[in-house]
Design a protein around this ligand. Structure first.
Ligand SMILES: [Zn+2]
Length: 295
């Protein structure tokens, strides 16, 4: 068999596993019988994939349901403790770093306050580093390997073709901050997928950087109020104001990845002064600072 055929077989196995895991992650627990129509795979393929993933500890049994007098159907679900992930929220007033199990149960949390002018990029990276060090100390055999790190930031995230996310944050004074490169180079960023487990397989830990309102929106679509919806607008109203626009089931990025950056849309020409320097922005009326000022 040539290299091309081997690759094809491996790709097929990988995509079958991904299809089953995806369904179980977002819609589980499900029985093998439900998985076949949901994934479009044959019952034989489902059975093979399920056996494999159960043996690897990625799936677990989740009881059974009766099926109209026939044999009870055993349910499968993703094992919450087979792997873990880290979420970082760079907010307006603090940097929060949390370690989650695979089903988003919190394992550990670290919060570092930012002072009023504390968004200097190097300072924020140091706080993230500190938080990562604190929560990654909890990664061990019980949590399973670290799958990746996601970071939400208050700004527009640009993903240039040559790699390395850049962040443009008008209100925090970030102009094309190379956050991805800064985090990758920081000493606190995990070098491999398996910190503290003694395994150094050289894999780089995936790092995802996104706008905080969009990451919130994505989470609502997956696990919250947006489940099952194809079109939605999720608004984030805090110190800043952001929104995530979902059309046809996908977050709408817009031509310059700035769709939903509506905190600085001018509502009232010559209106209230906004911290961005302009007047009459939406944020100058409904942002937390603006509301408190008029309390
Ligand atoms: Zn503004």
């Amino acid at each position: 068999m040539g290299g091309h055929d081997r690759r094809t077989v491996r790709d097929l196995r990988r995509s079958n596993r991904a299809a089953v895991l995806r369904r179980l992650y977002f819609e589980g627990p499900l029985s093998r019988q439900e998985l076949a129509p949901a994934t479009g795979l044959s019952s034989g393929s489902i059975s093979n994939v399920a056996t494999e993933l159960l043996a690897e500890g990625v799936l677990e049994q989740a009881g059974s349901v009766g099926s109209d007098g026939g044999r009870p159907r055993r349910l499968l679900r993703v094992a919450p403790h087979c792997a873990c992930l880290v979420g970082v929220d760079v907010g307006e007033t603090r940097v929060r770093v949390e370690l989650f199990d695979l089903m988003l149960g919190e394992v550990a949390r670290s919060e570092q306050p930012l002072d009023a002018d504390g968004h200097d990029a190097e300072f924020v990276v140091r706080l993230i580093e500190k938080g990562l060090t604190a929560v990654l100390a909890h990664v061990d055999a019980a949590t399973g390997p670290l799958l990746g790190v996601g970071v939400g930031v208050p700004g527009i995230v640009e993903h240039p073709a040559d790699g390395g996310a850049l962040v443009h944050g008008q209100t925090i004074g970030w102009d094309a901050v190379p956050l991805e490169a800064m985090l990758r180079e920081s000493a606190g960023f995990p070098g491999g997928r398996f910190p503290n487990s003694g395994r150094t397989d050289g894999d780089r830990v995936p790092l995802y950087i996104g706008n905080g309102a969009k990451t919130l929106g994505q989470a609502e679509m997956w696990f919250g109020a947006g489940r099952g919806a194809r079109d939605a607008v999720i608004a984030l109203i805090g110190s800043g104001v952001g929104a995530c626009v979902v059309t046809g089931g996908e977050p709408y990025a817009g031509a310059s990845s700035s769709a939903g950056e509506w905190g600085h849309t001018v509502l009232s020409v010559g209106g209230r002064a906004c911290r961005c320097g302009a007047r009459g922005c939406l944020e100058a009326y409904v942002g937390a600072g603006a509301v408190l000022e008029r309390w």
